[in-house]
Design a protein around this ligand. Structure first.
Ligand code: ADP
Ligand code: MG
Ligand code: MG
Ligand code: MG
Length: 400
């Protein structure tokens, strides 16, 4: 019989106490559950006498969304911990340290990052993160290059991909990002003032064709090991440090999906400046900062990915003249399309972002929502024509 059961705080303390090298044998430990409880439990265990602390994250066997609940594989906890360990090896310093894993209990014991803030909240509070683009482009280039057919043995990649097949969590993405927002689905949720915008989205055949092509890539293009859920709520940040958490959606998919997740959340925040900036001058300044960050994330990623390819590429045929440029251009187009898809679903689909949902005034919120939707749908429609990051930036700036 499986020993799985949701932990109590006392049990989380017992597990924490057995991790070597963190706590002193003397002082008492205390524990708080700090997760939002929809999919996972997150226990923060600390020792007042030494100031030491750690996190115990445990998967729950179901997802709870607006009162409803559906079963969800506990195997995602193994996937999360194995992805964190691979990411730590490929991109040192950019993920929390993993101290211990227990696949039967579906848990990962890891470094406490409470000295950082969740980037979504940090941005809402007006934070500026000068090293973010450098750090996240490093994370993206290294984790994606070294798990692709360009940077790893192609037979070993196929074997590794077996243990990251992750059907349950991919299904969430396939439904909530690539299907439901484009039809009158029960899971959708949006402000009533957006009904006409939603109707337009549901009847736009040109848009649906592009979504079908993007969905096909998500379903079939096992390009590299993705994080799979790389929004600003999965990034802990300070001015000096960036740490990526929560890779439970990891699987072998199209590289542009991870880059698009980062850019989409920067653009959702860009749209939310309708509220968070109090006057036109500060709004313009804030938006310029976000646009520079977007530019630096892409150009940093592209430069680093090409250097890795040129210096560590293992494959002869991949050195064929013209192939790298062709490949990078397709990555850019995929990034643009997935950026758009990840924006649109946050406005009409099931899960929203606090940047926009927390805008108190309904008219201001509607302006931000329509701006995000306009940017998102334009990016989706134009993704296959784009040949430079400046075109993505133009689409955002022109819409606002
Ligand atoms: P979920 O998969 O349920 O979204 P996350 O891994 O995103 O879980 O964690 C949920 C929340 O728990 C985070 O937003 C953060 O507040 C807290 N948390 C998670 N991991 C850590 C950590 N390593 N250090 C400190 N807090 C954490
Ligand atoms: Mg959550
Ligand atoms: Mg999360
Ligand atoms: Mg998660």
């Amino acid at each position: 019989m499986s020993k799985y059961h949701p932990l109590t705080e006392q049990e989380a303390i017992s597990i924490a106490r057995n991790i070597p090298g963190i706590f002193s044998g003397e002082g008492e430990l205390s524990c708080r559950e700090i997760g939002d409880g929809n999919l996972n439990l997150v226990f923060h265990v600390s020792q007042a006498s030494t100031g030491a602390s750690l996190i115990v994250k445990q998967a729950l066997p179901y997802a709870k969304v607006v009162g409803e609940s559906w079963p969800l594989s506990l195997d995602r906890a193994r996937i999360e911990s194995e992805a964190l360990i691979i990411e730590a090896r490929l991109a040192p310093g950019l993920v929390p340290k993993v101290y211990h894993t227990d696949h039967e209990l579906a848990l990962t014991v890891m470094e406490d990052l409470s000295s950082h803030v969740i980037m979504r909240q940090g941005l809402i509070d007006g934070g500026v993160y000068p090293l973010f683009a450098e750090h996240i482009s490093d994370f993206l280039a290294k984790t994606l290059f070294y798990t692709s057919d360009l940077g790893m043995n192609q037979q070993e990649k196929k074997v590794l991909a077996r243990s990251f097949s992750n059907p349950d969590l991919c299904k969430i993405t396939e439904d909530l990002i690539f299907d439901h927002p484009y039809t009158n689905a029960d899971t959708n949720s949006f402000d009533p003032h957006l009904q006409e915008d939603a109707d337009r989205l549901w009847s736009d055949a040109e848009l649906h064709l592009e979504v079908a092509l993007l969905r096909e890539k998500f379903l079939t293009h096992a390009q590299a090991l993705l994080h799979g859920d790389l929004h600003t709520g999965s990034i802990f940040i300070t001015e000096q440090s960036t740490k990526v958490i929560d890779p439970e959606f990891a699987y072998f998919g199209p590289i542009g999906f991870d880059i698009g997740a980062v850019l989409a959340n920067l653009l959702l925040h860009y749209a939310s400046q309708e509220h968070w900036s109090t006057d036109a001058a500060s709004r313009s300044e804030r938006r310029q900062y976000l646009i520079s960050t977007i530019r630096e994330v892409w150009t940093g990623f592209e430069r680093k990915f090409r250097v890795l390819w040129n210096e560590h590429g293992t494959d002869r045929i991949a050195k064929t003249a013209g192939y790298q440029d062709h490949y990078m251009n397709r990555l850019l187009q995929d990034t643009v399309g997935f950026t758009g898809a990840k924006m649109a679903r946050r406005i009409v689909g099931l899960a929203h972002v606090a940047d926009i949902d927390r805008i108190p005034d309904a008219d201001v919120r509607a302006t931000a929502q329509r701006l995000a939707l306009a940017i998102g749908t334009n990016l989706i429609k134009q993704n296959r024509q784009v040949s430079s990051i400046e075109e993505l930036i133009d689409i955002a700036v022109t819409a606002s």
